[in-house]
Design a protein. Structure first.
Length: 171
């Protein structure tokens, strides 16, 4: 029951859905005198976003306990993002102290599908603009919306219609 202060090491992280986060959650634990507290158990808890985006530890749970080393640092087991893109929080707590907070984000995977949106099925006279702008939704293999995907809209050389293509840049 020592008064302690927890400081999250790298409090913001992200990973692609279905992949492991590159760095585990870790926290520095200091006593009220500012000295490192070794041998102290810290509980890490991974939360969920409103859309259920989350991550898990190797045993499939969202709670893990780690003990601080001689430098007062406790490191959780590695985490793997679930298949839902979104931002959520995790915490590290120690009895008798405030929580250290982490902001975690599961990023969508690579573009996998294009679905038509606005203007689907509308028509106009030759030489006129469509009354509604064309729009599509690009998703990864898990159905997460992919931001930043370059979509090329092209009309056919002959006859009515068009098609869509995804070009991946920077991934």
């Amino acid at each position: 029951n020592l008064p302690a202060r927890l400081v999250a090491v790298e409090p913001s992280r992200s990973a692609t859905v279905g992949r492991r986060y590159s760095r585990a959650l870790s926290v520095r634990v200091r006593g009220s005198d500012g000295k490192a507290l070794p041998g102290v158990a810290v509980t890490f808890t991974i939360g969920k976003a409103g859309n259920n985006a989350s991550a898990g530890f190797p045993d499939g749970t969202s709670i893990a306990t780690a003990t601080t080393n001689s430098s007062g640092v406790a490191t959780a087991p590695p985490m793997t993002a679930d298949n839902i893109a979104g931002a959520f929080t995790a915490t590290a707590v120690l009895a008798g102290s405030g929580a250290a907070r982490y902001t975690l984000r599961n990023r969508a995977g690579l573009p996998d599908a294009v679905a038509t949106g606005a203007a689907d099925g509308i028509s106009t006279t030759i030489g006129s603009r469509l009354p509604v702008r064309l729009a599509v939704t690009v998703t990864d293999k898990d159905g997460n919306a992919v931001s930043g995907a370059v979509v090329r809209f092209a009309a056919p050389g002959r006859g009515p219609g068009g098609h869509f293509a995804i070009t991946v840049h920077g991934r």
